[in-house]
Design a binder for this molecule. Structure first.
Ligand code: ATP
Ligand code: MG
Length: 503
C-alpha cells in the first residue's frame, strides 16, 4: 500500500505521544490522538459512501478536528475542498455545484441553508462546529478502529483548492499528491524545519498558506503547532514566547508593530518569521528589524503552485523582493503578449514550472489551456522583474495594469511614491473608466493614525516624480482599504466604488 502524502504526514503521527497541536485554551493533542481522530473521520467518510476521488467541500471553523478532517481525506483518498468561512450559502452553492461535491461539511449554526444547498446538488450534508463537534464527529465516534488508508499515487488528486477570487471568479486548482508533497519537502529543507519547531499558527486553514505551507511543513518535519482560531495581536503576544517560528500575512506584522508590547525581548528566542499572500511593504520589513532584530523572510506563491520563490534562510533577505526561485522551480519572465522570454531586468509575466505546479483548473479546460502551457509553464498573471542576482520582485498583477490613453501604467510604481507622502499610511492605485483616456489613474490613500493628508501636497509631489500620464487624475482618502482575510487589497471593490467618477 502506498499513499505518499498519508505516509509522509499522517502515518508518523501514530507512534508520537508528544503534543502536535496546542489550542487557544492550552490543551494539547498528541500525535497519536490526532492520528486516531483522522482515521476515525476517514471511517466515517467511507461509511457515508464516499469513494476515493469523490469531492468533500468543507466550510467549518478552524479547530484541531477540522485539521484532522484534512488528514482523513488524505487517508481515504477523498479530494479535500476547503472553503472560506466568510462565504454565504449562495457562494458555497457555486463551489458545491462546480466541484460536484459528494459531501458538504458545514457549521451547525448554518445547517438549514447549507443542507438545502447540498440537497439541491445531490450531496450529503454533515456538521462540525468550532469545538470540533457535530454530526460528522458523532459518526466518527461510533466508527470501529482500524481504518486502512487507501492506495494513492503521486498523480492522484489530494485537493481542489479554489483561488481567492481577487481578480475574478474563484477557480478550482487541482492539486496532486506530488504537487503538495514536493513543495512541503522543499520548504522544510529551505526553512530548516525540524521536530523541535513550534509554529504559531494563526492563519485560516481554507487557504494554501495556512493549510499547505504551514501544516504540511510542520507535519512533515515532525514539529508542532500552537493552533489558534485566527489572528489577534494580544493572543500572538501571549503565545510567541512558546513558539520558535511564525508564518503570517503582512497585516499580522503591521498589527504586531502597532502594539508596544511587541518587543525584541519578546521574540529574541524566535528562529523564523515568514510573510506571504500579499506584498510586505519594505517599510514594514525595516521597522520589524529595527524593533526585533529579525528580518522577515518573504516568499511568493499561489493556490495553483504552492510556493515558487523564497528569500534565503541563510543569506540576504531583501526587503521588497520575494527572493529566489525555490529548488526545483523554474521561473522566467516573458512578454505578456508574445510569450517570448525577456532579457534580465525587464518586467514581464512571471511563468513557473516544476513539480509544484497544479494539474489544471477543475472542469475549466479553456481556462487551463490559457494559463498552463503545453511545456508545463504556468502563466501566473503576476508581473515581476528579476535582478542581476536572481531576486524576484512582484510589480503587480497583469489584471491591475492600467491602460490610460494607450500607455501602460503599473500601479505599484505609483503606490510606492504615494506611500512616501506626508501623513500617508498606505495606498492603492486603480484604473477606472474614463471617457477620453479609456481608463484614468486613481489613487486611494489611507492616513497614518491621527494625521490628515493634504491632497494638494500629494498632487504636487506626483507632478514632480511622475510623467503626466501616470499621475492620478483623482485622489481619494478613505478610512481603510478593503481587504480579504488573507490581507489582500480588493482592488475590484475599489474599482467598483469609483466606477462612476468620470462618467
Ligand atoms: P484569483 O486568482 O482568484 O484572482 P488570488 O490570485 O488572490 O485570486 P491566491 O492564489 O490566494 O488567489 O493568491 C495568489 C496571489 O497572491 C499571487 O498570484 C500574487 O499576486 C499574490 N501574492 C502571494 N504572495 C505574494 C507576495 N509575497 N508578494 C506579492 N504578492 C503575493
Ligand atoms: Mg490568482
Amino acid at each position: 500500500m502506498t499513499n505518499p502524502l498519508y505516509d509522509a504526514l499522517v502515518a508518523p503521527l501514530a507512534a508520537r505521544n508528544t503534543p502536535v497541536l496546542t489550542d487557544a485554551a492550552g490543551r494539547t493533542l498528541s500525535g497519536t490522538e490526532l492520528h486516531d481522530m483522522a482515521l476515525a473521520l476517514a471511517t466515517a467518510l467511507t461509511g457515508l459512501g464516499l469513494q476515493p476521488g469523490d469531492r468533500m467541500a468543507v466550510q467549518i471553523d478552524k479547530s484541531p478536528r477540522a485539521l484532522a478532517l484534512y488528514l482523513a481525506a488524505l487517508a481515504s483518498g477523498v479530494v479535500f475542498l476547503p472553503l472560506n468561512t466568510a462565504y454565504t450559502a449562495d457562494e458555497v452553492e457555486y463551489f458545491v455545484s462546480n466541484a460536484g461535491a459528494a459531501l458538504l461539511v458545514g457549521s451547525p449554526t448554518r445547517a438549514d441553508s447549507l443542507r438545502a444547498v447540498a440537497t439541491r446538488h445531490g450531496a450529503r450534508f454533515e456538521t462540525m462546529d468550532a469545538a470540533g463537534d457535530g454530526s460528522l464527529t458523532d459518526l466518527a465516534g461510533k466508527a470501529p478502529a482500524g481504518f486502512v488508508p487507501v492506495d494513492r499515487g503521486p498523480e492522484d488528486l489530494a485537493a481542489i483548492l479554489y483561488t481567492s477570487g481577487t481578480t475574478g471568479r474563484s477557480k478550482g486548482a487541482m492539486l496532486s499528491q506530488r504537487n503538495l508533497l514536493s513543495n512541503a519537502e522543499v520548504l522544510v529543507e529551505e526553512w530548516r524545519f525540524t521536530d523541535t519547531d513550534v509554529l504559531l499558527h494563526m492563519l485560516p486553514i481554507f487557504h494554501t498558506h495556512g493549510l499547505f505551507v504551514a501544516t504540511n511543513v510542520v507535519l512533515l518535519s515532525g514539529g508542532s503547532m500552537i493552533f489558534l482560531p485566527g489572528f489577534k495581536a494580544e493572543q500572538a503576544i501571549d503565545w510567541l514566547p512558546k513558539a520558535t517560528t511564525m508564518m503570517g500575512v503582512p497585516t499580522f506584522y503591521t498589527r504586531l508593530l502597532d502594539d508596544p508590547r511587541f518587543t525584541g525581548d519578546l521574540v529574541g528566542h524566535m528562529r523564523l518569521f515568514t510573510s506571504g499572500s500579499a506584498p510586505l511593504l519594505a517599510e514594514t520589513h525595516v521597522q520589524f528589524e529595527e524593533r526585533t532584530g529579525h528580518r522577515i523572510l518573504e516568499r511568493y506563491g499561489m493556490t495553483e503552485t504552492n510556493m515558487n520563490t523564497s528569500n534565503p534562510y541563510d543569506g540576504d533577505r531583501r526587503a521588497g523582493t520575494v527572493g529566489l526561485p525555490l529548488p526545483g522551480v523554474e521561473l522566467k519572465i516573458t512578454d505578456p503578449v508574445t510569450g517570448a522570454t525577456l532579457p534580465q531586468g525587464e518586467p514581464g509575466m512571471i511563468e513557473v514550472r516544476g513539480a509544484n505546479v497544479f494539474k489544471g483548473y477543475w472542469q475549466m479546460p479553456e481556462k487551463t489551456k490559457e494559463e498552463l502551457r503545453d511545456d508545463g509553464f504556468f502563466i501566473t498573471g503576476d508581473i515581476g522583474v528579476v535582478d542581476a542576482d536572481g531576486y524576484v520582485s512582484i510589480v503587480g498583477r497583469q489584471k491591475d495594469l492600467i491602460i490610460t490613453g494607450g500607455y501602460n501604467v503599473y500601479p505599484k510604481e505609483i503606490e510606492l511614491i504615494l506611500d512616501e507622502q506626508p501623513g500617508v499610511l498606505e495606498s492603492a492605485v486603480v484604473g477606472v473608466p474614463h471617457p477620453d483616456f479609456g481608463e484614468a489613474v486613481v489613487g486611494v490613500l489611507v492616513a497614518q493614525p491621527g494625521q490628515t493628508i493634504d491632497v494638494d501636497v500629494v498632487r504636487a509631489a506626483m507632478g514632480q516624480s511622475l510623467a503626466k500620464f501616470k499621475q492620478p487624475k483623482h485622489i481619494a482618502v478613505v478610512q481603510e482599504l478593503p481587504r480579504n482575510t488573507m490581507g489582500k487589497v480588493q482592488k475590484n471593490l475599489l474599482r467598483k466604488d469609483l466606477s462612476a467618477l468620470f462618467a
